[in-house]
Write a protein that binds this ligand. Structure first.
Ligand code: PLP
Length: 500
């Protein structure tokens, strides 16, 4: 066994991994990467088909990001944001706010004229930095909680402290991270069983999982279930019901938390067009704050805007903007630094910010912070990544990759174990089933997804499943030949695993 693999097995405890299984075979030890390719200690090459767990946007060893980090490293790697400002974090905050507001002015590929953003309380004005997706959500959660206590419904305030506790609504199956607040917001039974006693209660509402929706009366077809569904938007009706019921209790929901366009770790569950706009309108009408978890969907992952012919092809970087939704909180992490360094940001509005202003002795301060907040190396990487994203070259490459992905994926419908193929921009989930005609699922213990991914790894393509769903998130630099290889490895792996 490779000596590094030995060291790993002896000392490292891996995340979300049954370590008994881990010890059974020699782990792949990555030692280098270039573009969409990862190289291991034995010199073998793999395609990084999930962008290193959804983080890496422009490929490994990107020249622009590399040199941005090197330039910053010659100045300083890190100084504290507690009591000090720094150069790249200040510039990055401005750029993030700009790009998160610009897209919101876009409808059908046309940018609306600039509003007076200082008076528009729907526009982002502030950036709170942290380290990863979970903390980005923790920050939004704590801010929303305090904001609601300070400004919220007076009827709720007058009741006992317990009754007045701000309540949060999120989607069934949701995953928002692994810290206690983030797990509380999530609705994955396995995690709630493990940590139930440590969590605080939150509410959930049906997510629009068309493929397995009890309201969808359509028989299975060889197409994305969203496109042939037969329903009356019952899922939206349930959201409305949930909000009214909570209002009747005298303590309307403080915030609605969602992953826009597609829920990632829930199993790559895409929302039918129009769902997001409808449910966020309902939430707004009930006075709830909107917390968009764009940890996976942010930074162009959900595709470029479909501009009308002849009109300016403006870029949308955030999924919320595809449905013209401007949330009160935008949680960013994974792709923020282009997959280089752990860094996160929670963007919010002046209205939220102002609720934390006061004399020192009023103790309205937001009491929260991390040692590496606003890290300079991470900020430099993020600035370089944003610059790349906004070039015409990158926009064109992503538009093309999205199209090619769609074409390549269509070849998988011929496999009887493929039940649903769900693509949103540059992310796809392929749901494996026992029988596509009945949608009969594999039991988790059958490890269908894990087995297929192992077979893909043997063919030089790396990704991780979510249960029986294979996730594909190619880096934006993936070439047509590399994309073909990813899909054909998946096709062969499915055939090998189930049809022997
Ligand atoms: C990965 C992820 C998180 C958690 O981010 P970490 O950086 O792993 O803490 C939260 N929300 C979504 C949607 C994610 O995909």
């Amino acid at each position: 066994m490779n000596p590094l693999a030995k060291l790993d097995q002896k000392f490292v405890w891996h995340p979300f991994t049954q370590m008994r299984d881990w010890a059974r075979s020699e782990p792949i030890v990555i030692t280098a990467g270039k573009g969409a390719i990862l190289r291991d200690a034995k010199g073998r090459e793999y395609l990084d088909a999930n962008s290193s767990i959804w983080t890496n946007l422009h490929g490994h060893q990107n020249a622009k990001i590399n040199s941005a980090i090197q330039r910053q490293l010659k100045k300083i790697a890190h100084s504290s944001a507690l009591g000090l400002a720094n150069e790249p974090a200040s510039i990055l905050a401005q750029r993030l706010v700009q790009s998160a507001n610009d897209g919101s002015r876009m409808t059908n590929g046309v940018i609306k004229p600039k509003q007076n953003s200082a008076t528009d309380n729907r526009h982002f004005q502030k950036v709170f930095y942290s380290d990863d997706g979970s903390t980005a959500l923790e920050v939004a959660l704590k801010l929303a909680y305090q904001f609601t206590l300070r400004t919220g419904d007076t009827r709720a305030k007058q009741k006992s402290a317990r009754a007045a506790k701000p309540r949060f609504l999120s989607l069934d199956g949701a995953y928002h991270g692994d810290t206690i607040g983030a797990v509380s917001l999530g609705h994955i039974d396995l995690f709630h069983k493990a940590y139930g006693g440590m969590l605080f209660p939150t509410d959930k509402v049906m997510s629009p999982y068309c493929y397995r929706c009890p309201f969808n009366r359509a028989k299975p077809e060889r197409a994305d279930a969203r496109n042939y569904r037969q329903c009356h938007w019952e899922c939206v009706g349930l959201v409305a019901k949930k909000f009214s019921a909570q209002k009747k209790k005298g303590n309307p929901f403080a915030a609605f938390i969602f992953e826009p366009l597609m829920q990632g770790a829930a199993g790559m569950i895409p929302q039918p067009i129009g769902w997001l706009k409808q449910v966020t309108d309902i939430a707004r009408a009930h006075g709830a704050l909107l917390i968009a978890d764009e940890v996976m969907t942010g930074f162009g992952r959900t595709g470029t805007a479909k501009a009308e012919s002849g009109k300016r092809k403006a870029e949308i970087l955030f999924a919320s903007h595809h449905e013209n939704v401007q949330p009160d909180f935008l949680c960013l992490a994974k792709g923020l630094t282009g997959g280089y360094l752990p860094m996160a940001a929670t963007l919010t509005t002046q209205k939220i910010f102002d609720a934390f202003l006061g004399e020192y002795k009023e103790f309205k301060t937001f009491f929260h912070g991390h040692s590496y907040t606003g890290n300079q190396l991470g900020s430099a990487a993020a600035l370089a990544s944003l610059e790349i994203l906004q070039t015409q070259k990158s926009i064109q490459a992503r538009t093309q990759l999205e199209k090619s992905l769609q074409e390549e994926l269509s070849s998988l419908w011929s496999l009887p174990n493929v039940g649903d193929i769900r693509q949103v921009g540059l992310v796809a989930g392929i749901e494996l089933v026992k029988n596509w005609r009945t949608r009969e699922p594999f039991a988790l213990r059958e490890r269908a997804g894990i087995r297929v991914c192992e077979a893909m790894a043997k063919r030089g393509v790396l990704t991780r499943p979510i249960g029986s769903v294979i996730a594909l998130l190619p880096p934006y630099c993936t070439t047509p030949v590399q994309l073909q290889k990813m899909i054909s490895a998946l096709r062969e792996a499915v055939i090998d695993t189930f049809q022997t």
